[in-house]
Design a protein around this ligand. Structure first.
Ligand code: FAD
Length: 509
């Protein structure tokens, strides 16, 4: 007897995204979150990369855009001490949404509620065990301890994942001895913001706008004449392992500034205080039996701006596979492709974020030269686009059987403009329900007929598109192309290949 199909530990962005995707797939998740309320510690300032396209494919992007407190920033992203500047490109390969994490979590929470998800806050998971058929979970709730069971459990419980530890999954990697502190502060009258943005600090003198590097670290100051607050940023080499969920204090910030600059900076108030450290760790397995990991529990990257993208995309990849298994329709090995595909994606993100560490950390003339050469290369469109796709996570092609047959197989489906009798105008629209889709772009009754036996689990659509990339596309719920029929491929070849792909991904009919 189980209490839910899937227990999700943690109601951060990964856990909430997973819950919503599971609900769309007709599964009953139970989300257990130890914090009694949604967190108000500032973490990410925004969301970027392929997840934005996925949110659009779920019909959610407009809602997320409307909740942003400010307009989208210019498409310019830091990359290990240099910049990816897409402002000259009409179609930048990387986009960001300036949606602070607290707002993101609120929206995901609302979405989970709309889909009638059981989210229990103030319920901490204290123990886990699994056998061949169920996972049992010990919980400490507001009314005391209790036990729940489910067919699967997913640890979306962040960097210090207890699920990962209890499951005995290794988390090898590196902790870089570097702490970054970020703040938006108001200053007392004793500190003057000069016309050029510099600060005049009593008893110290001038603190320059921009970056000041000392033997003890780096201080960044961003201020505008007449503005009521300034932004401050420090980077120091420290070997302390901080818990990102423990908020930073004003005193911690002032102490850091004092160490870097040798000056005490009086601060009147703060609107944002956050600290982050750089770790490069990746779980060596994303699945152990009935226990799976996603998000920060599975990977930590040593650069900003990529973790939410990776974690929420883990959730999207995992949900439909879990659902297929729970509905008894998963072909052999389907759930294991979660590890294969998302570990690969994580390794790719690790590759460029580690490269960013190497680019960023050196302070000598050789390091400066490396950054200059790299920045010069990024002035050319081709390397710039390539780096953008790498950071966005859109250059990834999942390994798939028969993927040599068509260049689109294994990639994220492009949002084609469609002309269809049923009023559908884009591929994105077809993905709103998060179901597999066979999209017939060439009026191919042979292919629609071949898919007939799977009609209970895939949606078949016929449409036209200009300059069609294939005669038909078989698209998984995570918007990746499982199979594509080359233009003009004869029925004798295409229909059996389609049936093979349908069985491989969606089980025998
Ligand atoms: C200062 C800062 C800035 C950042 N900036 C960015 C950025 O610009 N872009 C970006 O993409 N990422 C950024 N990140 C990273 C981003 O915040 C994380 O990647 C993201 O929060 C991970 O989401 P998650 O859901 O996987 O884990 P978390 O957000 O850590 O959520 C885990 C949840 O699990 C709960 N939990 C833990 N243990 C238990 C238990 N035993 N029982 C029940 N519940 C439990 C926790 O309370 C928590 O709510 C930043 C992080 C920090 C600290």
């Amino acid at each position: 007897m189980t209490n839910a199909d899937v227990i999700i530990v943690g109601a951060g962005p990964t856990g909430l995204m997973l819950a919503a995707e599971l609900r769309l797939a007709g599964v009953r998740p139970l989300v257990l979150e130890r914090q009694p309320h949604r967190r108000d510690t500032p973490k990410a300032g925004g969301l970027g990369g392929q997840i934005l396209e996925l949110l659009r494919y779920r019909g959610l992007l407009e809602r997320f855009e409307a909740a942003c407190p400010g307009p989208p920033p210019a498409p310019r992203f830091p990359f290990g001490g240099v910049h990816l500047d897409f402002t000259q490109l009409a179609d930048p390969p990387l986009h960001a949404l300036p949606l602070p994490q607290q707002l993101l979590e609120r929206l995901l929470d609302e979405r989970a509620a709309e889909l009638e998800t059981d989210v229990r806050r103030g319920h901490e998971v204290t123990g886990i065990s699994q056998d061949e058929t169920v996972v049992s979970v010990d919980v400490r709730g507001p009314d005391g301890p209790y036990r729940v069971r489910a067919r699967y459990l997913v640890g979306c419980d962040g960097a210090r994942s207890r699920v990962r530890d209890r499951a005995g999954i290794g988390f090898p990697g590196t902790v870089y001895p570097e702490v970054n502190r970020l703040a938006q502060v108001t200053l007392p009258d004793s500190v003057t913001v000069l016309g050029n943005g510099d600060l005049d600090v009593p008893g110290f003198g001038t603190v320059r706008a921009g970056f000041t590097r000392t033997d003890h670290g780096l201080l960044g100051l961003g201020s505008a004449p007449g503005a009521t607050s300034v932004s401050l940023y420090t980077i120091e080499d420290e070997s302390v392992e901080y818990d990102d969920d423990v908020p930073m204090t004003v005193t911690e910030l002032q102490d850091s500034i004092h160490r870097v600059l040798g000056a005490h900076l009086p601060i009147a108030g703060t609107t944002r205080l956050s600290r982050f450290t750089f770790k490069a760790r990746q779980a060596d397995h994303y699945r152990k039996g009935r226990i799976l990991l996603a998000g920060d529990a599975a990977h930590l990257f040593p650069a900003t701006g990529v973790a939410l993208n990776a974690g929420m995309l883990d959730a999207v990849n995992l949900a439909w596979k879990l659902a297929a298994d729970l509905h008894g329709r998963a072909p052999l090995g389907l759930l294991d492709t979660y590890h294969t595909e998302r570990h690969l994606a994580g390794a790719r993100t690790m590759l460029h974020t580690r490269a960013q560490v190497a680019l960023r950390r050196g302070h000598d003339a050789a390091a400066e030269a490396l950054r200059e050469v790299f920045q010069e290369l990024l002035g050319d469109e081709q390397p710039l686009r390539r780096m953008g796709a790498l950071v966005a996570g859109t250059d990834l092609r999942y390994p798939m059987p028969g993927s040599g047959h068509h260049p689109l197989t294994g990639t994220f489906a492009p949002d084609l403009t469609l002309h269809a009798d049923d009023g559908v105008t884009s591929l994105a629209q077809l993905m709103h329900p998060a179901r597999p889709v066979l999209l017939d772009l060439a009026g191919r009754p042979d292919l629609r007929e071949a898919a007939h036996d799977w009609k209970d689990r895939i949606d078949v659509h016929t449409a036209k598109t200009g300059d069609r990339p294939a005669d038909a596309l078989l698209i998984r719920p995570d918007a990746h192309i499982a199979w594509a029929a080359p233009v003009g491929e004869p029925a004798g070849t295409a229909a059996p290949a389609l049936r093979e792909a349908l069985s491989h991904w969606f089980g025998t009919p």
